[in-house]
Design a protein around this ligand. Structure first.
Ligand SMILES: CC(C)(COP(=O)(O)OP(=O)(O)OC[C@H]1O[C@@H](n2cnc3c(N)ncnc32)[C@H](O)[C@@H]1OP(=O)(O)O)[C@@H](O)C(=O)NCCC(=O)NCCS
Length: 171
């Protein structure tokens, strides 16, 4: 099992995973049939987000990695290289997801563990990781990876509180 930057090699299982995410209402901004037609453009766009030029307004550079096991796309982790005000309050440095068909098999914990190693390689000393207070799985993943709870903050009126954790990265 390993992390890899987005690659055309995993087109088939990435697209299978995307369909699973979309069935549960996630990643709806991605047009699966357009990606099917031009996957290389999608991969290039994801990779380009590491650079600071051409980013959408207010976005910070980020590195995207895919978790691969047995040649299959299992999930994604995104590591932002810094925090803007929104990320400091709510989003944190790291976002991740495991494709629905592969959940509850320990992949989420390993995804964050491997992602923290990449964050260290990117030069971060500590990372802010957040999750909704009712996301029990994500809480477990963060806490088992050394997350030190800082606080819970309100987001919107009709959404759960957001739990903010810091994880120190050893040098
Ligand atoms: C959150 C998510 C990444 C978990 O991935 P996963 O591969 O199922 O997680 P793991 O198998 O490593 O499980 C981690 C822990 O959560 C528990 N868990 C997993 N799914 C759970 C669920 N639906 N309800 C309660 N506990 C759950 C596991 O039993 C495990 O607990 P343990 O520490 O006692 O062993 C996955 O559900 C997901 O992608 N959700 C949608 C996106 C999301 O919420 N991302 C996180 C944003 S902060």
């Amino acid at each position: 099992m390993f992390l890899i930057r987005p690659s055309e090699r995993y087109k088939t299982t990435y697209l299978e995973g995307l369909k699973e995410f979309q069935r549960e209402g996630r990643n709806l901004k991605l047009d699966a049939s357009a990606l099917e037609k031009d996957f290389s453009a999608f991969v290039a766009m994801l990779r380009s987000r590491e650079g600071s030029s051409g980013l959408p307004n207010g976005k910070v550079p980020e590195s995207v990695f895919w978790l691969i096991d047995n040649s299959e796309f299992i999930g994604r982790i995104t590591i932002r290289h810094g925090l803007n005000e929104y990320l400091y309050r709510y989003g944190g440095h790291i976002g991740y997801e495991i494709r629905p068909a592969r959940r509850r098999q320990g992949y989420g914990k390993q995804l964050l563990e491997l992602g923290l190693q990449e964050a260290r390689r990117l030069g971060l000393d500590s990372v802010l990781v957040t999750c909704d207070s009712d996301n029990i799985a994500s809480r477990g993943i963060i806490e088992s990876n050394g997350g030190i709870f800082e606080n819970e903050v309100p987001f919107q009126e009709d959404t759960p509180l957001i739990r903010r954790y810091w994880i120190k990265l050893d040098r």
